[in-house]
Design a protein around this ligand. Sequence first.
Ligand code: DAH
Length: 459
Amino acid sequence: MKSIIKNIANSNTHTTILNKHYPKSSITNVTPNIIKHIGLNLHNNKNSPIYTIRQLIEDTFDASSYRKFDKYNNFGPIVTVKKNFDDLGFPKDHVGRSKTDTYYINDELLLRTHTSAHEVECFKNLSKSKDHNNKSISSLVNGHGYLISADVYRRDEIDKTHYPVFHQMEGTKTWNRFTHNEVIESEVNKMDQLMKKNFPSLTVEDVDYIKDDATHQNSKQDYMTDLETELVVKHMKKSLELVVATLLKHRYDHDASKDKNFKNPDIKMRWIEAYFPWTRPSFELEIYYNNEWLEVLGCGVTKNSVFTNADMASESQVGWAFGIGIDRLAMLLYNIKDIRLLWSQDNRFTSQFEGKEGTIFEFKPFSTYGITSRDISFFLTKELNPNDVMEIVRDEAQSWCYSCTLVDEFFNKKMNKKSQTYRISYQNLERNITTAEINEINDKVVDRLIKEFEIQPRN
Ligand code: DAH
């Protein structure tokens, strides 16, 4: 696949990223294939659907708020372990920290796994802003938010909706605890009216936070009153419902402009309970789209500890935060079926988006080439996480890799060994690949598994 991705140098002792050299350590697992994506910033590229989704979400937040949100769209992806995990209250043994899930540069640095990694520094900036702490200003300007968009990195499975690099938007709205209840209520009313006007047929299934068990992780925080929690949760849910409904409306309005008989489908959403270490209570929002429920975002009431980690006075703030994955939302709204396409420079892809920023339309798929699968089966002689297999496949096959799945696993008593079978599917989006080419890649994958994980291939 022709790609925007360039080659970079690598050495045994250092990893070079955007001309900077980082010492390696025993935990280093970032690969050249991943490093090639750094700096591409699709969220800042006008010809990418990721850009349009970002922009439309930002506009919706600004329109529903008395005061515009601060925007951060240029944070680099290399952050400390502290920022990505510690500051947000991730337990030391949280799976997200493991090197099977996260790309480490060395013991201290990693490729951020989520935009939440920047919450604390953004709260620090917010608290330094001139009027955030000014009690004499008009009460309506109490309430201050920011939006962060960035590329994030995760070692993950391989299929047509997963790519190791994707984009998230993080956001928060935070009030100083004076005149806050009336401001929050007033914005909730404003959003309510907008909802009723623009989305009369929207139905939302709600779920409340836990009210009868103060020790439950989804109950309110001690320092907040019931009224504050109710209002913050209501404001958060309304804001996010409005954002998602507005994106869908952009798509439907476009369809209606092309087809006089087009009828807007009814929009359905539902809230479910969730858990995130830095919010309490926490929720996820799902939408009903093409006959299935899809998770679109996570959110919650910001914990007091996040504010204090940002040097804000303890118990001086109330607010909410959310994180949304932009790539899958773009795929859904434009009907792009293969996540790899978002990175393609094939003219048949890019020409559909050039000069189209701000609009959401049906992507026209172009002919694709055959998918060829190979099964590899082997006995394990030591621990092997499926994500490690995925990473080797990704490294060797790069954009030719369509999917990789663990299809079989059993324990052979006689051998006293575990056996696994993976099915790897190869496809080039732009041309047919030959059997020889596939065999060559597949052999390299097996060789590396033998070398790095001492697997014993079986037939
Ligand atoms: N960082 C979370 C993720 O990657 C998303 C998220 C959930 C962000 C809740 C938030 C939040 O700020 O409050 O899955």
